[in-house]
Ligand binder design. Structure first.
Ligand code: ADP
Length: 325
């Protein structure tokens, strides 16, 4: 009996670890004897029929590489029904019954529409450097992004200390402070400014007041790009007005947080989820996302996937106060 055909694609912002997930899914498809086809450039490639046959050999030596061999996109066209219908015809033309979609919560919303309208089974794999997606404790890319941010902040600390300066380092995080909080704690930052709380600015003022008279100290303030304050440059202005005698500097880490070789943790997470996505097909699961919750693979219906909010509880605030002493 010929088994049904599977397609795989990456959609939305790129993250380190996508290739590791593609590799694992392709190898698992081969193991379970499915034919697997790659779709280039996410939803755009579905519409343009950019289909590419894949086999075990096509994914050799990609586990350590950043980016995605399938390329990715944000597709305005896929939001229009007439283009979605073209995408569905293309999938049907190639006898594809299952689509492995590696994406963030936006792509998973598109997947729900696709599954409902076309009847094609979509299995999601979560990726976002922001870690703000439900259905998994960690998403592919988050560990690498926080480690890149940590290393960059350590380097900036050397300049800040040498010149007795206060540096504002802006990290990614459109709506979420996960990277800022993790990298901030790991680098001993004096301030961490994130969208999930408005108590962070007062904490920063308290710390500056305490340390104002320290002769050779440096300050690092990690700012999530999505904070309501409006980014590192705006915060620098506010602090300069309040403390004109403090020398300040700003560094925006930007896209370096998305690139390069994934960490060991991200490679292994991506590998687990890649295999789990094909095993979901093999177990006849329909329209779910594979995630890791408390170290175990768990499948959550796509309709329950959304954006996750970092909870800033009193314990985190207490710890930050302790660390600023
Ligand atoms: P991410 O998956 O990284 O969160 P986006 O939020 O940009 O990235 O979403 C990726 C793509 O998913 C969008 O460009 C669009 O093509 C598709 N998409 C998102 N929401 C919908 C929707 N409601 N209907 C159809 N397609 C959608």
């Amino acid at each position: 009996m010929t088994k049904s055909h599977i397609a795989i694609m990456t959609s939305g912002g790129d993250v380190p670890g996508l290739n590791a997930a593609i590799r694992a899914a392709v190898r698992a498809a081969s193991f379970y004897q499915y034919k697997i086809i790659g779709i280039e450039k996410g939803y755009e490639g579905l519409i343009d029929e950019a289909f590419l046959p894949l086999h075990s050999g096509s994914v050799s030596n990609i586990i350590s590489k950043g980016g995605t061999i399938l390329q990715s996109s944000r597709s305005e066209r896929f939001k229009e029904e007439k283009f979605r219908q073209i995408a569905y015809q293309n999938l049907k033309k190639h006898n594809i019954e299952h689509l492995i979609l590696i994406g963030g919560d936006g792509s998973m919303r598109g997947a729900q529409v696709l599954a409902k309208e076309s009847g094609i089974n979509v299995i999601g794999i979560p990726k976002t450097i922001d870690n703000d997606i439900t259905g998994t404790d960690f998403s592919i890319g988050f560990d690498t992004a926080t480690n890149i941010a940590m290393e960059a902040i350590d380097r900036i600390r050397d300049t800040a200390t040498s010149h007795h300066r206060l540096f504002f380092v802006e990290v990614m995080g459109r709506n979420a402070g996960y990277i800022a909080l993790e990298a901030g704690i790991a680098t001993g930052a004096e301030g961490i400014i994130i969208p999930e709380t408005n108590r962070d600015l007062q904490l920063l003022y308290d710390t500056i007041e305490q340390k104002k008279n320290w002769k050779n100290s440096s300050y690092i303030v990690v700012v999530a790009e999505g904070d309501e304050i409006g980014g590192a440059y705006r915060l620098e202005k506010t602090i300069q007005q309040k403390y004109p005698n403090i020398y300040t500097g700003v560094s925006i880490l930007g896209h370096i947080q998305r690139g390069g070789s994934p960490t060991c943790r991200d490679r292994n997470l991506a590998t687990k989820l890649g295999i789990a996505s094909i095993e979901a097909v093999n177990s006849e699961l329909k329209n779910v996302m594979a995630g890791v919750i408390h170290e175990n693979i768990q499948y959550t219906p796509l309709e329950n996937i959304g954006s996750r909010k970092l909870k800033i509880d009193d314990n985190i605030i207490k710890n930050l106060k302790i660390l600023s002493k």
